[in-house]
Design a protein around this ligand. Structure first.
Ligand SMILES: Nc1ncnc2c1ncn2[C@@H]1O[C@H](COP(=O)(O)OP(=O)(O)OP(=O)(O)O)[C@@H](O)[C@H]1O
Length: 251
């Protein structure tokens, strides 16, 4: 049987005021799963990501990676296999560095981010040109531009490439298209889908866009009050409609 990439067992987080924000959650994420994650505000979606990334410790239960218990492994060590893209285009890229320099920085997953002893050779620039071209938003023409002057869509595309150019064991997409206009968001979603499929990535994607949640991925989960209330995949997911999903958004 295939081993899960990540396995949560009775994962529980209770915050100091006594509220349980993740409640005995069990979740096995298998290789090449592309899971869309839905739920009302406060349902626990970011908490789930924070628990997987190690940014939030569990009160009880466990997290395993490739069969190894990593419950006590700190966030900084988990970056060796894990990458995350956030909603805010300003996060994840260094604004004063050029697009090419940011890509160079991101070449070594989990190691200290410094450009010392690293050079932008013509081979690298050529590779970055081809890589950025796959995003379909003219990022390839801005390789020598400071990242801070890119459009939000181009900056998110760069954040995505930085997270994935060294294949992560798990990719966490935290509403990474939510701050973009509808057309730019659609474009980044399509590029995301291609990259996830072509590179056989294992990914979780939080979204409030029901259409995207239905359209992309092989599996869909809905969270409510720190628990998974729906977990469907393949044909069962394909058969879902927006109306079905709305039933899970009752406050
Ligand atoms: N570190 C923390 N300490 C205390 N409460 C927290 C902490 N992190 C999250 N919460 C609370 O836990 C609940 C779940 O939050 P979470 O951010 O996971 O929700 P979400 O599903 O991502 O919501 P949204 O769609 O609004 O981003 C919320 O009520 C939030 O206020």
């Amino acid at each position: 049987m295939t081993k899960p990439v990540i396995s949560l067992k009775d994962a529980t987080v209770t915050v100091p005021n006594g509220t349980t924000i993740l409640n005995k959650m069990n979740l096995d994420i298998y290789p090449e799963d592309f899971i869309t994650v839905l739920g009302t505000n406060g349902a626990g979606k970011s908490t789930l990501f924070n628990v997987i990334s190690g940014d939030l410790p569990l009160t009880s239960g466990s997290v395993s990676h490739d069969g190894e218990d990593i419950t006590q492994v700190p966030a900084v060590k988990r970056t060796s296999f894990l990458a995350r893209v956030f909603q805010d285009p300003k996060l994840g890229t260094a604004p004063r560095m050029t697009v090419a320099e940011n890509l160079l920085l991101a070449e070594k997953r989990g190691s200290r981010r410094t450009l010392k002893n690293r050079k932008l050779t013509s081979e690298k620039l050529e590779h970055y040109y081809e890589l950025t071209k796959t995003m379909g938003n003219n990022l390839e023409d801005r390789l020598q531009t400071a990242t801070g002057s890119l459009s939000g869509g181009q900056r998110q595309a760069l954040s995505f490439l930085m997270a994935t150019q060294v294949k992560p064991g798990l990719l966490l997409l935290d509403e990474h298209t939510a701050a973009l206009d509808p057309k730019t968001s659609d474009q980044l979603m399509a590029a995301t889908n291609h990259q996830v499929k072509d590179n056989h990535l294992t990914a979780l994607m939080i979204t409030h866009n029901l259409k995207d949640a239905l359209r992309y991925g092989n599996r869909l989960i809905v969270l409510n009050s720190g628990q998974i209330v729906l977990d469907v995949k393949d044909q069962e997911k394909d058969a879902l409609t927006e109306a079905d999903l709305l039933n899970y958004f009752v406050h």
